[in-house]
Write a protein that binds this ligand. Sequence first.
Ligand SMILES: [Zn+2]
Length: 185
Amino acid sequence: MHIIYLSILFILIGCTPNKAIDKKNFEEIIQQSTFRVDVSAPNLDKKHETSTLLVSCVDFRLRDETDKLMEKHLFLMDDYDEIALPGASLALVQTKYPHWNKTLKDLIGLIEKLHHIKRVIFLDHRGCGAYNLLQGKEHAATPEKETHSHKAVLDRAREILKKDFPKLKVYTLLMGLDGVVENIQ
Ligand SMILES: [Zn+2]
C-alpha cells in the first residue's frame, strides 16, 4: 500500500506542480505592466523597407522552424514580413472562404506599397490541418499525393500573383514536420 501511495505522490509531485508553476509564471510574466524583449539590432526604427513577404500557415508546431528557415537558412533576419493564414497558399486558392482570398490579396498589395517587397515566399507544410479540412484527408494518403496536392495549389497561387502582382517574384516551398524543405516548382 505504501508503495502505491508513494507512487501516486511521486506522480503528483512529478507532473502536476510543473504545470501549475508554468501557468503561474505565464500569468506573472504576461500581466507585468511592462517588460523588455531583446532586439536583434539597435536601429530597427530606421528600417522602412523589406525584401520579402512570407505567406505561411498558422500551425503552432512550425513557428520556430519557420523562423529558423527564414533567418538561419535564407539569411532574412529583420528582412521579411509575414502573413500566416491556414494552409498558406491554400488560403489564396481555396473557394470555401472567399474573404481569405480577398484579405490575402489586400495585404499583399498593402505590404508591396508600404514596404516595397520584391518577392513572396509561399511556405506550405506537410500534415497541414487546413489542407485536410479543405482538400480532404485523402490528399495526403501518400507523401507523393500530398506533394502533388500542394504543387497544384502552389502553382495556382503563383499564377494569381503573376496576374495581380506582376512585379513580385514568387517562390514556393513545402516544409515537412521533420524540417525538410522542398522547392516545389
Ligand atoms: Zn497548416
